[in-house]
Design a protein around this ligand. Sequence first.
Ligand code: ZN
Length: 431
Amino acid sequence: MGDMVESDNLSGRLVVTTALDQHLEKFPALISLSKEQFKCQRCQMVNQKSLYSLTADVFYCPDCLVLGRLTNQDYLLAYPEQNNFKIPLYPLSWRGTLTPKQQQISQKLCQVQLAKQEHLVWAVTGSGKTEMLFAMIAQAVSQGERIALAAPRVDVCNELYPRIQAAFNQVSVSLLHGQGASTYQYSQILICTVHQLLKFRAAFDLLVLDECDSYPYINNPLLHQAVLQAVKPRHCLIYLSATPSPEYLTRIQAGQLNYSLLNRRFHGHDLPKPQFCLVWKHNFGHLNYQLQRQIQFLIQQQQRFLLFVDSIRQAELLSQLIKHHFPQLKQTFVHAKDPLRGQKVQEFRDNHWQALVTTTILERGVTFYNIDVLVWQADSQRFNVQTLIQIAGRAGRSADHSDNQVIFFGQQYNSAIDQAIKQIERLNHDV
Ligand SMILES: [Zn+2]
């Protein structure tokens, strides 16, 4: 670790200050665009003064409120990035190996980093995308660059942090997000939520944006702005996704964004292809007969499974109905508002439950082995193409059980289901 000096903590930061601050570089936090409109210089969002006023002539920005309230009486100050790091001779302490395909992408990323380009890594779930970044990050560290790994969600950051620390144990690594990891310390590698990037200005030489297709980043102009402001004018920006959204696909098709595709998991087997089961008739409040038959089959096979549903209410209801029909099956439900959520997921991992009825909270980031996946009402509006592909990706995670079943139940075969199945087929055929 480098010797930290007080001023390092300001390096690359955008800080809030007052009119009393004598610093020549300070600038107003909010600027008037017209009599009625103003623009925030921290998040660049435009709002109406009359809607967000505190007194007759004091107004505030509602968009970046989560980082502290900025009013038109505040000032901002951007401290230049010093890149003041003690650089280890061998930054990478990870000693694992990559598959030939991973190796190929890893080398590509090293070139992209040198050329300061933007690049998308389209890597199916379970393909080991993090390890592919290591050589590039090590190269950037050696060059004294400052690096950020940002993700839209806190749990992704929390999962990434120990892995990066272990892989780069000679390098300063810190974690920053609004839920219990908010003590900031200057470091060469920062892992943070995308929101936190608003606290930086022209700080990062290399920025990796994980899950660039997921909520809340997707379609969020404020978070897109956060990324653009946090990087230096000359930078390298890497997007990671298992299911790129149209925003990226359009840019790829227009030749505006290069990408690397990793469509094989570690074990090299195909992704399980979802089957569609057309639901003939469904009476609310009853356990559908086709679903019942499938569950009966899974119980006989002693196969563990996840049953995805589109709402909290459905999760509780279906779990209740299954309990009534199959009292012998060890199952429970889980959703975002469930206080026992963490415990239940752990119990499922520990084989205490054979089945879990879940909302989309288990769509990403969680790895279970040898799990079949059922999606009830897969034709619901709540399940888009990306979500369905992510959910299907919960199955077939180990080499021994790469043939896990994925079944989408629905009353209609809609375009999201069709596209999800076709995209998985395409990935399996190396297109
Ligand atoms: Zn703002």
